[in-house]
Design a protein around this ligand. Structure first.
Ligand SMILES: *Cc1c(COP(=O)(O)O)cnc(C)c1O
Length: 236
């Protein structure tokens, strides 16, 4: 595909996803603009990220630290770019993540949070983090159980250079809208239960290409959208 076709295609897809988000905000009485779009660009070619960036998208999500850093270097920091690490955190990758990303969505251990905080360059400000919750029947094994969340949040709250922003979940695909809503409702309820005056937990990172409407209905503040924006990914 020539580059102009690719830009037109990505711009059209971006506008379509934005329209879905705005329609869901309106339908479920969410304030306009209350749901942010994270463009999930893992295993997508650089040309597609550049097209999305040119079309005004500035927040990108990557699941592999090294791949994410290479893309950051290629795209540059001109347009207030924001990079979110949404993959599984591994101990040998915490430095790369702490030095190069703005957000981490899938935090599951206090040990990882301590490493990230210790390795965070102070001039970058605190790393923004979400704790990943695994309700039953998830597609990946990542995430802690809801019962473990209070203890982990309390530990993370006191780690320097790490700012706990909220919760994230990644449910198994389900074609039924009511069924899609259930884990999202559970995540919001858990957030409401865990938030305190000193720890408001404003971020609910939930919803993907196939279920973003259900997530917005239940209070998502950020949807993580890959396929609907960029098309099918290269195999892992
Ligand atoms: C890949 C991925 C997504 C995007 O999924 P799509 O179905 O392509 O929109 C969202 N969140 C996480 C954590 C992912 O790994």
């Amino acid at each position: 595909m020539p580059d102009t076709d690719l830009s037109a295609e990505i711009t059209r897809r971006l506008h379509a996803v934005q329209a879905r988000i705005h329609a869901a905000e309106a339908r479920f009485n969410r304030p306009t603009g209350s749901v942010q779009l994270l463009a999930v660009s893992k295993r997508q070619p650089l040309a597609k990220l550049m097209a999305a960036q040119a079309a005004g998208q500035h927040a990108f999500g990557e699941s592999y630290a090294q791949e994410g850093v290479e893309k950051q270097q290629a795209l540059g920091s001109a347009q207030m770019m924001e990079w979110h690490f949404i993959g599984r955190v591994q101990s040998n990758k915490t430095r790369l993540i702490a030095e190069h990303f703005d957000w981490v969505h899938g935090l599951v251990s206090a040990d990882h949070a301590r490493r990230l905080g210790a390795q965070r360059p102070p001039e970058r400000g605190p790393l923004q983090v979400c704790v990943q919750i695994n309700f039953s029947g998830e597609m990946s094994k990542a995430g802690i159980s809801p019962e473990q969340a209070a203890e982990l949040c309390a530990l993370i709250e006191h780690i320097p250079n790490v700012q706990l922003q909220g919760l994230m979940t990644l449910p198994a695909p389900n074609a039924d809208f009511a069924a899609q809503r259930r884990p999202f409702a559970a995540l919001r309820a858990l957030r409401d239960q865990l938030s305190t005056a000193t720890r408001p937990l404003p971020m609910l990172s939930m919803g993907m290409s196939a279920d973003l409407e259900a997530a917005i209905a239940e209070g998502a503040t950020m949807v993580r959208v890959g396929t609907a924006l960029f098309g099918e990914r290269a195999p892992a």
